[in-house]
Design a protein around this ligand. Structure first.
Ligand code: BLA
Length: 519
């Protein structure tokens, strides 16, 4: 998959995403001056939502828009510098010119990265807060099911089923990133009439690095109507700072046009994205799609985020447990190998002539040990001449105590000749020109992509500068991946490093014994 292009949109002349100052029109965004909470900037859809134009609302204190009693409560929360006390709040907005007609909004505050206070208002579908208890029941029910499953895929399947049940989206997917930041749909629940994306892979460029950063900061993103015309902020910059306000943490920020086009091309009318974070890194996403516009109230989104967090922490624990069991097995093999090495006159015999052998330490099909210019091999390996050239290449190109690749021919083209035994290489240099090498054969894999990943986007020149456009077709595109082995697991690499230490110790001890004999 190395011919799949990576893209860094920061290198193109496009505005940084977080300062795009357009807002999705289903809600109202206000930038406020503290402590009076007067309006500095407003999204230009206030007339549609409140019956007051953005011009009129500027300089207005919040009391004039909301119920003053509610504003006092908000101010108390803000004074305590604890936004959790006020988020979310239900606020009543009396519509101008409509008599006693008022509308209820969910109000959510945050401080932008520049420290500016941002208030976002979305029409509330209910006047009551969804009781916390219902989140709890929701999570309990799914966790009970999860306890009964043992494999990762079933587990992911339950997550998407639960999220779909709770939200009613037409399609819910669990999407996991790989080491190259491409991603794969591990689980999917959808309407029968929709085509399936299960098992498909999507290239890294579908979610550029800047977008990933935001997904790691904002655990939940909503686009209730992918066809809605975004609205601007009025005025465009904060009059106090003369800068566009940083909207990284905003709920209503309008998505980058490129992504909207992407959704259109996929036939998506609304989306909800929940980030799955592990060790502070974006591990994957729960991606929800709806064919038509769909509004998900704040509290239900929070419930989904909660569900995502709780369930996902359970999932990472399990992944770690699986690794732990394997690590323990390798540690055991390692200790037996050390024992065997110390029992033999020539330590190498303890690695290749007995059971378990050095092959078992890294689940390899072949291994070769170069010691004092002599090769000892076990299983399927390149011939001696090829091995000699390979260690010369390693000595020149590789540093450190361990080296591993699942695509040796991509790095060292001569290896293509012996790809059937050594498309994968794990190597530990013991000392200058002494090596232990493990090999894995080529495994030809078919990777199913959602559209041709080498044509993931088009670069277009427009008046506004260079623009990237997403692909039009997401139809199944099969890639045959050659010259690659199964990947080495971190636990296997760690085990190889441990073996290196043990061998170095044995060599030192033997040298010591020789020196003593010589005295
Ligand atoms: C954002 N791209 C995203 C997001 C997802 C995807 C989930 C985050 C959505 C959100 O913030 O609401 C991609 N969605 C997918 C994938 C699947 C899916 C892979 O459902 C698979 C099933 N996208 C392109 C190109 C660009 C691009 C060529 O294809 C070029 C610049 C950009 N994607 C892009 C940007 C964002 C994005 C800029 C951030 C949008 C924003 O938050 O403003």
């Amino acid at each position: 998959s190395s011919n799949v292009p990576h893209v860094d949109i920061t290198q193109l002349k496009q505005p940084p995403i977080h300062t795009l100052i357009q807002v999705q029109p289903h809600g109202v965004l206000l930038i406020l001056q503290e402590p009076d909470l007067t309006v500095l900037q407003a999204s230009s859809n206030t007339f549609a939502q409140f019956g007051i134009t953005a011009q009129e609302i500027l300089g207005t204190p919040l009391e004039d828009i909301f119920d003053p009693f509610q504003v006092d409560r908000l101010k108390e929360g803000l004074a305590a510098d604890n936004l959790d006390l006020v988020n979310p709040s239900k606020v009543w907005v009396r519509k101008r010119g409509r008599g006693d007609d008022y509308q209820v909004f969910d109000a959510v505050f945050h401080r932008s990265i520049d420290g500016v206070l941002v208030l976002e208002l979305e029409p509330a579908l209910t006047q009551e807060n969804i009781p916390f208890l219902s989140f709890y029941h929701l999570a309990r029910a799914s966790i009970n099911q999860l306890e009964e499953t043992s494999n990762l895929r079933d587990f992911c399947q339950i997550i998407v089923r639960e999220v779909r049940k709770v939200t009613g989206f037409d399609r819910v997917m669990l999407y996991k990133f790989d080491e190259e930041d491409h991603g794969e749909v591990l689980a999917e629940e959808k309407l029968d009439s929709m085509e399936s994306y299960l098992g498909l892979r999507y290239p890294e460029s579908d979610i550029p690095r800047t977008a990933r950063k935001m997904l790691a900061a904002n655990w939940i993103r909503v686009i209730p109507n992918a066809n809605a015309e975004p609205v601007s902020l009025f005025p465009g910059v904060n009059p106090l700072t003369q800068q566009p306000t940083d909207l990284t943490h905003s709920i209503l920020r309008s998505p980058y046009p490129c992504h909207i086009e992407y959704l259109h091309n996929m036939g998506v009318g609304a989306s909800l994205t929940i980030s799955l974070i592990k060790d502070q890194k974006l591990w994957g996403l729960i991606a929800c799609h709806h064919l038509t516009p769909k509004y998900v109230p704040y509290e239900l989104r929070k419930a989904c985020e909660f569900l995502g967090r709780v369930i996902f922490s359970e999932l990472s624990t399990r992944e770690e447990t699986a690794d732990y069991d394997y690590r323990m097995r390798l540690a055991y093999i390692q200790s037996v190998l050390v024992e065997q090495m110390s029992q033999e006159d020539v330590f190498i015999d303890g690695l290749v002539n007995r059971q378990p052998s050095v092959l078992d330490l890294a689940n390899a099909q072949g291994a070769a040990i170069c010691f004092n210019g002599n090769w000892t091999t076990i299983g399927r390996t390149p011939n001696e001449e090829d091995l000699n050239f390979l260690v010369q290449w390693l000595a020149k190109n590789v540093e450190g105590e361990v080296f591993h690749t699942d695509a040796l021919p991509h790095l060292y083209s001569d290896a293509e000749r012996f790809k059937d035994v050594a498309s994968g290489l794990l190597a530990i240099p013991i000392s200058k020109r002494n090596y232990v090498l493990w090999f894995r054969p080529e495994v030809i894999q078919t990777v199913n992509w959602g559209g041709d990943p080498t044509k993931a986007f088009e670069v277009k020149q427009t008046e506004g500068g260079t623009r990237l456009c997403p692909r039009k077709s997401f139809e199944l595109w099969k890639e045959t991946v050659r010259l690659k082995s199964l990947p080495w697991k971190q636990v296997e690499v760690d085990a190889a490093l441990e073996l290196r230490k043990a061998i170095v110790n044995i060599i030192l001890r033997q040298a010591d014994e020789l020196a003593q004999l010589a005295q």
